[in-house]
Design a protein around this ligand. Structure first.
Ligand SMILES: CC(C)(COP(=O)(O)OP(=O)(O)OC[C@H]1O[C@@H](n2cnc3c(N)ncnc32)[C@H](O)[C@@H]1OP(=O)(O)O)[C@@H](O)C(=O)NCCC(=O)NCCS
Length: 174
């Protein structure tokens, strides 16, 4: 497992735990993280649904080591041979420390084990942080839905071939 540490360690010395599959006992922690990140993108009911169907919906989270505060979460749906990435959130106090990278890589690996051949997602064209993260992991843009979001932002459709992504990872030294 890749080690992560927070860049703002002096004021916020967080130590995220290794990613773990979440179940409905994590609903409150997910709602709280969602509030801190996006002001509540999903309702509590949506989080309950997301965490309540472990065969189709995979949610990985990292908690503050030894505590119950959720620092990051990454959720996707397995639909036939495809992982549809739904949401990735990292606590604002703990960004640029590699946590999203660790969570997403782990989710892609899990999806591969479940037989997924590709991963897809939609991201706002102005979300530079998310776009850079996805690009770093090998996603490429396949299309665009113009003015798709309420704020007028375009949605970019992104795609990753999971067999090629695994081969690249396997070839890396160390
Ligand atoms: C997008 C998000 C999940 C990234 O989390 P993170 O833990 O900070 O990401 P990482 O530390 O793993 O960064 C991986 C790479 O992504 C890119 N990246 C991340 N944040 C970035 C930023 N603010 N600006 C530019 N590039 C960024 C960089 O390439 C980075 O690698 P580097 O640090 O070696 O340069 C986080 O910013 C977030 O929660 N945003 C709000 C929710 C959101 O928009 N989610 C995505 C849509 S659902």
């Amino acid at each position: 497992m890749t080690e992560v540490g927070c860049s703002e360690g002096l004021t916020h010395p967080f130590s995220p735990s290794a990613p773990q599959l979440l179940n409905q006992s994590a609903v409150k922690a997910c709602v709280a993280l969602d509030q801190r990140c996006l002001g509540g993108f999903w309702s509590e009911l949506q989080w309950q649904r997301e965490l309540g169907q472990p065969q189709q919906r995979l949610c990985l989270g990292s908690f503050e080591a030894g505590g119950d505060e959720l620092l990051g979460v990454c959720c996707g749906w397995v639909v036939a041979d495809e992982l549809q990435l739904m949401l990735i959130l990292v606590d604002p106090r703990c960004r640029r420390s590699g946590l999203a990278t660790v969570l997403l890589k782990e989710l892609l690996g899990l999806a591969r084990e479940r037989g997924c051949k590709q991963a897809t997602l939609e991201v706002g064209a102005s979300n530079a942080a998310a776009l850079a993260l996805y690009s770093k992991l090998g996603f490429s843009t396949l299309g665009k839905r113009s003015r798709y979001y309420c704020n007028g932002d375009d949605a970019l459709l992104q795609w990753l071939n999971l067999s090629i992504a695994k081969a690249r990872t396997d070839n890396r030294p160390g």
